[in-house]
Design a protein around this ligand. Structure first.
Ligand code: ATP
Ligand code: MN
Length: 462
């Protein structure tokens, strides 16, 4: 007999039919005559109840069916007599694939802390919460590809190992085959990368944007969706050392087009989740965050506020809040400032534009005021920055003069500058942090709980 997944069974299972299901035991209860098993196979957050009459089964087998054990059940699909489910399986045979010792199984009991589950990241998929989070994560990845494909964007695979530092931030993991105890050195004592694998210094990418721009200057609209790496020592609930980023890059888009796309894109994803992840979202709404569904609907239904950075600084200065970090024109905004604007002042997502050039990357288009650049950050409740983007500087002269001011070596980026030499065009793009999106959509509060195996300072166990 062919196995049926529980998700499918709950939708289209026919009463009275013989079926085979396979999954992991969530709970077992009962008495000496009858045993009730809640079985979950991961296809949905919903369990199927298996009913076994003890007289039909070996006593040892039933004893070994404990929380966490894996079993295959053949039986008849029947109407349920009990509360909480419409259908159940009346078992005729049970095969035990794998026992799960009740004394040592870490998830034997319910109600573990998030910290405990993080330390048991190899097993946390088996909890309702993490099952829901990772099914939603999958749905969001799928929806991202669907959104862009439907709009005629091309998925471009930008390199993971690069020689460039896109942000100029310098917080990179180096890639080398040198023995760390004995890298060859040149006459001045510095490491000589000529004999290293790539013949030069390389690192893990912090962003696919620069390569993405090369694609956009020929294919028109592209997006990347891949892992990025930042060796920043930020132990916050919103930073990972390895995270996934979606970076669309569009020829002929100005900053307004860019904002329109970002807003439409995020709303599409949230709407997709509301329509396609109902059971999981309802569970998270009940168990993790009672305002989750309201918040998701609110974001889909309301326009984002769009204001320049300068106006945001005025609002922050005028408020009588006590800030941990000072506010002032020219200073970067911290999460506390971003969240004040979104959660207390405007009470909806905010897009800030036209930041001071000193706090933004070299490639952003310079405004005529000589002070600001066409940057846009999208700020979300509970998160702060979820998207960072800009219109790009398309003028070779302006780009070069900014690079010289910032001491960014031209010879390393000759290939990037060629896009401005040959057929340059106005263009724009942004980066959405995938895990920050998942934080928002699931209502989880720590970014370590929305990626299967988080990489953070001093943590890479699994
Ligand atoms: P932040 O100020 O929050 O550190 P950033 O200015 O460094 O963000 P960008 O370089 O603009 O961010 O990256 C684009 C997006 O990638 C951000 O809007 C955010 O959603 C996400 N992001 C950035 N750094 C991280 C990180 N360490 N972990 C997870 N997501 C991140
Ligand atoms: Mn950062």
């Amino acid at each position: 007999m062919k196995r049926i997944k529980i998700k499918e069974l709950l939708v289209s299972g026919e009463l009275g039919s013989e079926i085979l299901v396979k999954g992991w035991v969530r709970t077992k209860r009962g008495n000496k005559n009858i045993v009730f098993i809640a079985l979950n196979d991961g296809s949905t957050i919903l369990n199927i109840q298996v009913v076994a009459e003890t007289s039909l089964f070996d006593e040892n087998l039933l004893r070994d069916i404990t929380t966490g054990a894996c079993i295959a059940v053949t039986g008849k699909l029947v109407e349920s007599q009990g509360q909480g489910q419409n259908i159940e399986i009346s078992a005729t045979s049970i095969e035990l694939y794998g026992k799960s010792d009740a004394e040592t199984y870490p998830l034997q009991k319910k109600g573990h802390s998030m910290e405990f589950l993080r330390e048991n990241a190899h097993l946390r998929f088996r909890t309702n919460t993490f099952g829901a989070v990772f099914r939603i994560r999958h749905s969001m990845a799928f929806a991202i590809h669907k959104y862009f494909n439907d709009k005629g964007f091309f998925y471009l695979h930008t390199p993971i190992i690069t020689a460039s530092d896109a942000e100029g931030a310098g917080e990179m993991f180096h890639v080398t085959t040198f023995d760390i105890n004995g890298a060859p050195r040149g006459e001045d004592g510095s490491v000589d990368f000529k004999s290293d694998f790539f013949g030069r210094q390389t690192n893990l990418t912090v962003s696919g944007q620069l390569e993405g721009e090369l694609g956009a200057m020929a294919l028109g609209d592209i997006y990347t969706f891949g892992p990025t790496f930042r060796a920043e020592n930020s132990n916050t609930p919103r930073h990972l050392a390895e995270f996934w980023m979606i970076e669309p890059e569009m020829a002929f888009y100005d900053l307004t087009d860019n904002m329109d796309l970002a807003e439409d894109f995020v709303k599409y994803l949230i709407r997709y989740a509301l329509e396609n992840c109902k059971n999981d979202l309802e569970f998270l709404n009940n168990m993790i965050d009672k305002n989750l569904l309201d918040r998701l609907r609110f974001v889909v239904e309301n326009d984002f506020v769009r204001i320049p950075y300068t106006q945001a600084v005025e609002i922050l200065t005028a408020s009588d809040k006590k800030w941990e970090y000072p506010v002032g024109w020219g200073r970067d905004l911290q999460a506390e400032h971003e969240r004040f604007l979104v959660e207390e002042h405007f009470k909806r997502p905010v897009i800030l534009t036209d930041y001071p050039r000193e706090i933004k990357a070299f490639y952003m288009k310079q405004n005529d005021d000589g002070k600001t650049v066409r940057a846009m950050d999208v700020l979300f409740p509970g998160i702060g920055e979820i998207i960072g983007g800009s219109q790009r500087e398309e003028s070779l002269e302006k780009l070069l003069s900014r690079m010289r001011e910032m001491k960014i070596p031209e010879h390393d980026l000759w290939w990037y500058l060629d896009t401005r030499r040959f057929g340059t065009a106005p263009h724009s793009g942004f980066g959405l942090g995938f895990e920050r999106l998942i934080l928002f959509v699931t209502g989880m509060s720590n970014i370590r709980d929305v990626i299967p195996f988080p990489r953070t300072p001093k943590n890479a166990e699994f």
